[in-house]
Design a protein around this ligand. Structure first.
Ligand code: PLP
Length: 344
């Protein structure tokens, strides 16, 4: 029997650059970006700022560095930052904000991914010499650990308004902001109007090999740029990778809808499986997250025997992520394999 094609649903970070993207990288005009002389990096920064309706942007090596630089630029050591308990900033960034920015995270449990105005208001500390000063709200869109939920402009507006009213700044970890915009059918700028800073990864579903872009007002971006240098993230002829990001923005945004449709095929197939609790957000994107009765690692191993790779997110939690290297046929086959393994 011929080997079945591999369907790799572990993450949308696994995408590899296609021929067109590689050609754009190979022919990119470059210079020393730390000196502000890389025209391709500048174009990527300007294009992202334009798409998000912001004054300025800065290209950073990773989403983690982007988030960290944004937190550091908008807080002082000893401050407190409010975020959802399941946020990437809380769960997956190795405590960087504590070590580097010297802030403490106040984690709120927000089942649908974003705190409402009342819980933000309640979480902001009173002026009191015993308490840390709350200076930043960080939100995530789409929300990875909340099942890839796309968060709409109304809920972001309500949260941001509550934060701003209490004098906080607002950061959006928009690693997959374009997934949210496509799923909600709105311009990405609409989702970040109320956010002071935004990190977007071009290295996830957009398909570029490396990089994220932080956008915001000119003064804050200047400070983020200084933090990038301090963190060792100043890159020289980075136009070679920025070209991939520009190519991704031009070619790989609208097609995210295909990833969402493919994820829906998998979610629909899982919905009726015995012992499976699907986390289905109001607006889903390219992530399917579900809890299982059987140990997740065992199930993932059985799926991988049939060339379908999924990731474990906990002892009884699995995640499937669709992306541009997963075809509709591949998603269909994976849905069948996943459902069969879960049903036997
Ligand atoms: C991937 C991701 C990041 C971090 O990006 P890296 O480039 O992997 O450092 C931040 N936030 C979310 C929600 C992510 O999914």
């Amino acid at each position: 029997m011929p080997a079945l094609d591999l369907v790799d649903l572990r993450s949308d970070t696994l995408t590899v650059p296609d021929a067109g993207m590689r050609a754009a990288m190979a022919t990119a005009e470059v210079g020393d970006d730390v000196w502000g002389e890389d025209p391709t990096v500048r174009r990527l920064e300007q294009e992202m700022a334009r798409l998000l309706g912001k004054e300025a942007a800065v290209f950073v090596p990773s989403g983690t560095m982007g988030n960290l630089a944004c937190v550091a630029a908008q807080t002082r050591p000893g401050d407190e930052v409010i975020a959802d308990a399941e946020a990437h900033l809380v769960a997956y960034e190795v405590g960087g904000t504590a070590i580097v920015a010297g802030v403490q995270l106040r984690a709120l449990d927000c089942v649908d991914g974003i705190p409402d105005a009342g819980s933000i208001d309640a979480a902001v500390r009173d002026p009191d010499i015993h308490q840390p000063v709350t200076t930043l709200l960080s939100i995530e869109n789409t929300h990875n650990r909340r099942g890839g939920a796309a968060i709409d402009a109304a809920r972001i507006g309500a949260a941001a308004h509550a934060a701003h009213n209490r004098g906080l700044r607002v950061h959006c970890d928009g690693a997959r902001l374009f997934n949210a915009a496509v799923a909600l059918g709105v311009a990405p700028a609409e989702l970040v109007v109320e956010c002071d800073t935004v990190t977007v990864c071009v290295s996830k579903g957009l398909g570029a090999p490396v990089g994220s872009v932080v956008s915001g007002d000119t003064g804050t971006i200047e400070s983020v740029r200084r933090w990038r240098k301090r963190l060792g993230g100043g890159m020289r002829q980075a136009g070679v990778i920025a070209a991939a990001g520009l190519y991704a923005l031009e070619h790989n945004v609208a097609r995210l809808a295909e990833d969402h449709a493919n994820a829906r095929v998998i979610a629909d197939e899982l919905d009726g499986c015995p012992g499976v609790t699907l986390r289905r957000p109001a607006v889903a994107t390219n992530i399917v997250r579900f809890d299982t009765l059987a140990p997740a690692a065992e199930l993932a191993a059985r799926m991988s025997e049939q060339n379908v790779l999924v990731s474990t997110m906990g002892p009884h939690t699995l995640r499937c992520v669709t992306h541009l290297n997963v075809s509709a046929g591949g998603a269909q086959r994976a849905a069948g394999v996943v459902a069969r393994v879960l049903s036997t």
